[in-house]
Design a protein around this ligand. Sequence first.
Ligand SMILES: Cc1cc2nc3c(=O)[nH]c(=O)nc-3n(C[C@H](O)[C@H](O)[C@H](O)COP(=O)(O)OP(=O)(O)OC[C@H]3O[C@@H](n4cnc5c(N)ncnc54)[C@H](O)[C@@H]3O)c2cc1C
Length: 307
Amino acid sequence: MTNDQKRALEQLTGEGVRFHYPMHRLTTYKVGGPVEAFWEAGDLGTLKKVIRYLSTAGIPYGVLGRGSNLLVKDNGIDGVMILLNGSLAVIDHNPGETHVWAGGGVHLTDLMNWCRQHGLSGLEFLAGIPGTVGGAVAMNAGAFGQEINERIETLQFVLPGGTAVEMNRSELKFSYRRLHMEEGRLVTKASFSLNRDTPEAVSAKMSGFFKTRKRTQPLEYPSAGSVFKNPPGAPFSTPGAGRLIENAGLKGKRIGGAEVSEKHANFIVNKGGATAKDILSLMDLVRLEVKRAAGIDLEPEIRVMGK
Ligand SMILES: Cc1cc2nc3c(=O)[nH]c(=O)nc-3n(C[C@H](O)[C@H](O)[C@H](O)COP(=O)(O)OP(=O)(O)OC[C@H]3O[C@@H](n4cnc5c(N)ncnc54)[C@H](O)[C@@H]3O)c2cc1C
């Protein structure tokens, strides 16, 4: 970005933009070099203006939630990273109704607490996923045989040109860990269709899912969750990614500060001081060894960004 572009961005955002911001502060892996500019958008109007400016000026931009599915490379990111906050991170609901609107920046933990308090059921499987609504929708987050898309009614997007549109579920296409959409689109709001239940029952389901996570996942170390997608047919005709990695004898394998978890082989954890390069090298090794042992190409689930 040129100095003029930086000044224009400061004017548009009311100086809320920070330059040369370390991405390791924004990702659950706690790795990643600096992004040229980081901005927390607080309202839809300003967000639309900024997206329009960035698109017209040809400045690359991306959006992140809690960075819980992201691996940012050590040399950082060109352009602008945007986080949704303020009125883009609120939950809205008409009393008596069973659907809820949540801003793209809402943390899933806050949505879980809200569902528990209001006795609304259907999203409990997300308990313990450390993301935002926007990130979970973009990734079609799922667990325990359920996916977030099953509960989505409508999404609001900001398009690369800076306009906001709403799309119904029938117009959306989801697949395993993916919402199909053009690059540069931001999910700013989602509405979910839920079922009425008692707060106690909703809470009990969430606790059950959370306990299973605690037992099976290495939550004590920084990670981005499952690194690889399960291959097609898993776990019936083919083992899941974790089992394939374990069968290849890779549990505990270490490069620098990155290690294939002993607890869950599809997690590569940061045991302290890992760089993105350590994690990427270990991912390459895992793919090579699984290909050699089982003849299967593992595809990354985590999104890699940067240079
Ligand atoms: C311990 C642990 C357990 C996990 N367990 C699960 C699990 O069970 N199931 C599962 O599916 N995932 C799991 N994950 C991965 C991750 O938490 C989810 O994918 C989560 O939904 C990502 O949300 P986020 O807000 O952190 O997205 P980020 O990691 O910040 O971003 C992920 C992708 O979404 C895009 N994105 C983010 N926000 C928006 C937006 N508003 N509009 C458009 N695109 C956007 C980003 O550009 C990026 O491409 C786990 C991660 C950890 C660390």
